[in-house]
Design a protein around this ligand. Structure first.
Ligand SMILES: O=P(O)(O)OC[C@H]1O[C@H](OP(=O)(O)OP(=O)(O)O)[C@H](O)[C@@H]1O
Ligand SMILES: O=c1cc[nH]c(=O)[nH]1
Ligand SMILES: [Mg+2]
Length: 217
């Protein structure tokens, strides 16, 4: 798995990352969603440099311009709920992509901090021979991404899978490196320190799904 870190230089991306983390700003859920969307737009642009292109000729009112266009068939696949604003950001730029959605949630069968991942809902387009962009803002233990990846390849063979996360913990990256095949790329906007005892990312931002859409029962 090839890993791409995109926020190493100073850029406006750091403003958006700062706002989704900041306890004095992040509770404005409309701003939180829009910031994740804006980060998605920046990540989509960076990722687009890694895709394959074909030569095309564009007819302008005054002549013909030779340029290039993406030649891969893209599918955006987001993990519910927190993946939705990131999905919107990617779709703003890759507006020709197909769309898929999968749910993943932590289930605590023992009523303690141990959990398993339930993947209960999926609405998938045809992924065969496609480039799949798997979108989720948070990579904590990595178990959600690995469980969703298993579902995606159960009945389909994508060419490549680009996993896109905003904030990643080292433990999650190690888990993906152990369990995902060579045709997977990982894109990370910000690498954090570690997980806490509840498997939340530190310093992280808290619960991305709750910040975007409110707390759940
Ligand atoms: O790497 P992991 O340890 O699997 O954790 C990361 C997952 O946790 C969050 O979702 P959550 O379960 O909070 O669902 P939500 O989006 O509905 O809030 C996040 O959006 C990831 O899907
Ligand atoms: O830190 C974390 C870990 C899992 N899910 C989140 O939303 N945040
Ligand atoms: Mg959540």
């Amino acid at each position: 798995m090839k890993i791409h870190y995109i926020s190493e230089d100073n850029s406006v991306l750091n403003h958006f990352l700062g706002q989704i983390r900041n306890i004095n700003v992040q509770n404005d859920s409309m701003r939180f969603r829009r910031n994740i969307e804006r980060i998605g737009e920046i990540m989509a642009y960076e990722l687009s440099k890694n895709l394959s292109y074909k030569n095309v000729e564009i007819q302008t009112p005054l002549g013909i311009k030779k340029t290039t266009e993406i030649s891969e068939d893209l599918v955006l696949c987001s993990i519910l709920r927190a993946g939705l604003p990131l999905h919107n950001g990617f779709l703003n730029y890759f507006d020709h992509a197909e769309n898929s959605f999968v749910s993943a949630c932590r289930h605590h069968p023992n009523n303690d901090d141990s959990f398993e991942i339930l993947v209960e809902y999926q609405a998938l387009s045809n992924l065969n021979n496609k480039t799949v962009l798997l979108l989720d803002p948070m990579l904590a233990t990595g178990q959600s991404i690995v469980a969703v990846h298993e579902k995606l390849i159960e009945n389909a063979t994508p060419n490549e899978i680009h996993i896109v996360v905003v904030i990643a913990a080292p433990e999650g990256i190690a888990h993906l490196e152990k369990h995902l095949p060579e045709n997977c790329h990982l894109w990370v906007a910000s690498l954090d320190e570690k997980l806490n005892e509840k498997n939340y990312i530190v310093p992280g931002l808290g619960d991305a799904g709750d910040l975007a859409y409110g707390s759940k029962l």
